[in-house]
Ligand binder design. Structure first.
Ligand code: NAD
Length: 424
């Protein structure tokens, strides 16, 4: 999403959170835009660190390596991190980093040099209590390890809480590898419980870190996975797929579509399949105004970032499909990143069981807060109608979806913290 769209979005949602013009204006501007040119083997790569808002705590956000990284994109992503950390009640603000580079064209040595150069360029503005980076698109735990090493050299002391998503042996956290999917499971369990959904048939688009772990975790519980897919196509079996067998096929033959004991389907067919729960876990913008009408699922869990277009969202909301938005559904990753930071600061190492329990508590609590906001928001329409606006405008003035409730809640928390610190 472009930053212009972020501003438009904010202007649309903020009145629902009861924000004043002054408060909205304060939320529209990043605190700091840091830029540098990183030189590796005579070539220059533009690099950014954008610190959007720290009203609720140190800036937190990943570093992305991609040829299409731009200042505008990093700014939007830094804004979304501010919202995401607020939704899950993590004591962080939002930031994001990026380098405009195609990492696939760099040797491993060049990649290491680029990563170290990034830290040298920005380290004075980073730190465990200031701004804590993490992995994002095309940045790995190994890269986090190089960045940590460079930071500690510059600082002359150990500081593992400088960065999260590190390898375990450098102070990384257990459960990080499945954190996004497991957080999604907890969110889904809450939604199933509160809506009373009985038939739990699931279709998952994407079979990478997020989608495959999700399939495995749900299959271990009492869910029937009827369809999965990857970039080469999908498979469908009404009685339920044997996920362990599908994983073996994916690992040996490269695609789930090679699995012979199920019907082959396209990615489009998967979205419209006869499931009660749909989990987009691959690309953004796959649920559109063209296919939203045909989606049969009662619950959509957005494990991918931005899988639903705004037009599709309105259609789904009118059809009473419960869309669990990305800012909550895939926040398990940043939540375990927070646990990693706490463990590093306290010089502790928590057990897998302890982390899973804490993750469930965080996700359940975030879900509950949004659910309450959503229920109250629906009721508040009458009040707005009577006191402020005409009946025709009522629809656009009440909290019409669980997604809107999540944004409203996040904005309220950020503004309250900003006022408390006299930042607004
Ligand atoms: P990944 O690269 O591990 O897997 C992506 C999967 O999507 C692969 O199976 C790929 O084959 C499939 N895919 C690609 N093009 C497709 C297409 N046209 N149709 C269907 N499937 C297609 O990536 P990931 O880490 O699993 O991330 C997936 C999504 O989840 C992204 O939107 C990402 O931003 C989001 N997400 C991931 C994490 C995480 O911790 N992994 C955290 C937050 C958000």
């Amino acid at each position: 999403m472009s930053f212009t769209n972020v501003i438009q979005f904010l202007e649309k949602i903020a009145p629902l959170a009861g924000l004043s013009k002054k408060e909205i204006a304060a939320l529209q501007k990043p605190n700091k835009v840091l830029k540098a040119e990183l030189t590796v083997n005579g070539k220059n790569y533009p690099a950014y660190r954008i610190q959007f808002n720290n009203a609720r705590g140190p800036y937190k956000g990943g570093i992305r390596y991609h040829p299409e990284v731009s200042e505008d994109e990093v700014k939007s992503l830094a804004f979304w991190m501010t919202i995401k950390t607020a939704v899950t009640d993590l004591p962080f603000g939002g930031g994001k980093g990026g380098v405009t580079v195609n990492p696939k064209k760099l040797s491993k040595k060049e990649l290491e040099e680029l990563s170290r150069a990034y830290v040298r360029a920005f380290y004075k503005n980073l730190g465990p209590d200031v701004d804590i980076p993490a992995p994002d698109v095309y940045t790995t735990p190994e890269i986090m390890g190089w960045m940590l090493d460079e930071y500690q050299k510059l600082l002359g002391k150990k500081a593992p809480a400088f960065i999260t998503g590190k390898p375990l042996e450098l102070g990384g956290s257990k459960v990080r590898d499945i954190a996004t999917a497991l957080g999604g499971v907890f969110v889904l369990e809450q939604a199933v419980k509160r809506t009373g959904l009985k038939k739990k048939t699931v279709a998952i688009q994407g079979f990478g870190n997020a989608g495959m772990n999700m399939a495995q975790l749900l299959a271990e519980r009492d869910y029937t996975i009827i369809a999965v897919s990857d970039s080469k196509g999908g498979i469908y079996e009404a009685k339920g797929l044997d996920i362990e067998e599908v994983i073996k096929v994916k690992e040996t033959k490269g695609s789930v579509s090679e699995y012979a004991k199920a019907t082959k389907i396209s990615n489009e067919e998967l979205l419209e399949s006869d499931c009660s729960i749909l989990i987009p876990s691959a690309l953004s913008g796959v649920i559109t105004k063209e296919n939203a009408q045909k989606i049969k699922a009662k619950i959509i869990l957005e494990l991918a970032n931005g899988p639903t277009t705004p037009e599709a969202d309105e259609i789904l909301s009118a059809r009473k499909t419960l869309v669990l938005p990305d800012i909550l559904a895939n926040a398990g990753g940043v939540t375990v990143s927070y646990f990693e930071w706490v463990q590093n600061k306290k010089n502790e190492s928590w057990s897998e069981q302890e982390i899973k329990k804490k993750l469930q508590e965080k996700m359940d609590s975030a879900f509950g807060q949004i659910w309450d906001e959503f229920s109250d928001g629906k009721k508040s329409c009458g009040k707005y109608d009577k006191d402020h606006i005409s009946a025709e405008r009522c629809d656009s003035f009440h909290i019409s979806s669980f997604r809107t409730a999540a944004y409203v809640l996040a904005l309220k928390k950020i503004v309250a913290a900003g006022k408390n610190k006299k930042l607004i």
